[in-house]
Design a protein around this ligand. Structure first.
Ligand code: ADP
Ligand code: MG
Length: 332
């Protein structure tokens, strides 16, 4: 609570934190050279097989899409995940990789162009590689949390000097979400260690910096922050264990609430301490100068304690501010 009271900057993860993390697999685009041997259903079965082992929001979206189209995931073994980059597993003897171009290196121009096009239309796009062949680009769309913009606005009203969005996702999506939520600044294409380093930089500038996140990729930054805050519902175990505060019900408006409550508690504490010390000083002075009688001194001392307790109890009535204004409700 004390840390929450003194926060001057807040860093927020994008996927799963500012957005719902309930992504939708919007498109499976088979690359030209593979379009004769592979159908979208086959590629989806392949992708779902690998993604069955991943807890990433992208993977959950692949599985939902497969389920909706009644496609059974192929069985995969030897699963590996590299946070911020991608995943791989073996399916029917071939290695299958799904991830961004940092993970699937030396992608050809055609594949990169397809990724670029889908990213420009606001999608999170990843490549799917089968053996040594890049087969397809999977494009996902995310939805902004309805309270994201209001939460950012309330943080600023509370006097938080800077709100920064950190994401491993691409620049196009990052810019669009940053504009819709009204954050002061955003950093895209970050690996988990980059998020941590950005946080350390922010701490040098603002001293007290909170980090809000949900994923494995946020854990280093959560640990490096002055106050780590995890999303309770969407959060992965690592994020929950690293965080100092967990926002239940995934309500982003609880974020300004935590900070406001922290400030209010700290203010009450300081007022109470000041008041109690002043009472004691006044009584000591009265005993020597006005010859204050013992019963009055006792009443003054205990009466002061009662007032301090009553003032502290006022915090029970502390209520979060309702969201004001209308927030943009969705994003491609
Ligand atoms: P964010 O910071 O927005 O929460 P992450 O750091 O988790 O995002 O992921 C960054 C990028 O890494 C994703 O946009 C995607 O390109 C790639 N990636 C991470 N995990 C996976 C996965 N399980 N499958 C495919 N791509 C992944
Ligand atoms: Mg995330």
């Amino acid at each position: 609570m004390e840390e929450a009271a003194t926060i001057r900057a807040v860093a927020i993860d994008k996927t799963g934190t500012l957005t719902t993390g309930q992504l939708r697999l919007a498109r499976v685009q088979i690359l030209a050279h593979a379009s004769e041997q592979w159908t979208t259903d086959q590629v989806l079965a392949l992708a779902a097989g690998v993604h069955e082992f991943s807890e990433h929001p992208l993977a959950q979206a692949t599985l939902r899409a497969a389920r909706a189209q009644q496609i059974r995931p192929l069985s995969a073994t030897d699963f590996h995940s590299v946070p911020g980059r991608g995943v791989r597993a073996t399916v029917a003897g071939s290695e299958v990789q799904i991830g961004n171009s940092r993970y699937i290196e030396n992608a050809d121009a055609g594949a990169l162009q397809a990724v670029d096009q889908l990213e420009q239309s606001g999608h999170t796009a990843v490549l799917l590689k089968h053996g040594s062949d890049i087969l397809a680009v999977l494009a996902y769309a995310d939805t902004l949390r309805p309270t994201a913009a209001a939460a950012v606005r309330q943080l600023r009203q509370l006097g938080v000097e800077r709100v920064i969005m950190l994401t491993g996702d691409n620049e196009h999506v990052a810019r669009s979400i940053a504009q819709q939520t009204g954050v002061d600044e955003y950093h895209a294409g970050l690996l988990p260690t980059d998020k941590m380093r950005t946080l350390q930089q922010l701490k040098r500038q603002y001293v007290k910096v909170a980090m809000v996140g949900d994923g494995v990729n946020d854990a280093p930054a959560l640990a490096a922050s002055s106050l780590g805050i995890a999303m309770g519902g969407a959060g992965t175990d690592v994020a929950l264990e690293t965080a100092d505060v967990v926002l239940m019900a995934d309500d982003l408006l609880n974020l300004p609430y935590v900070i406001a409550l922290g400030r209010s508690a700290r203010r009450t504490l300081l007022v109470n301490l000041g008041f109690a010390l002043a009472m004691i000083a006044a009584m000591v002075a009265s005993i020597f100068s006005l010859d204050l009688k013992l019963p009055y001194a006792v009443v003054g001392h205990e009466g002061g304690s009662v007032l301090v307790v009553l003032n502290g109890l006022r915090l029970l009535g502390f209520r979060p501010k309702p969201a004001t204004g209308s927030a943009p409700s969705s994003n491609k």
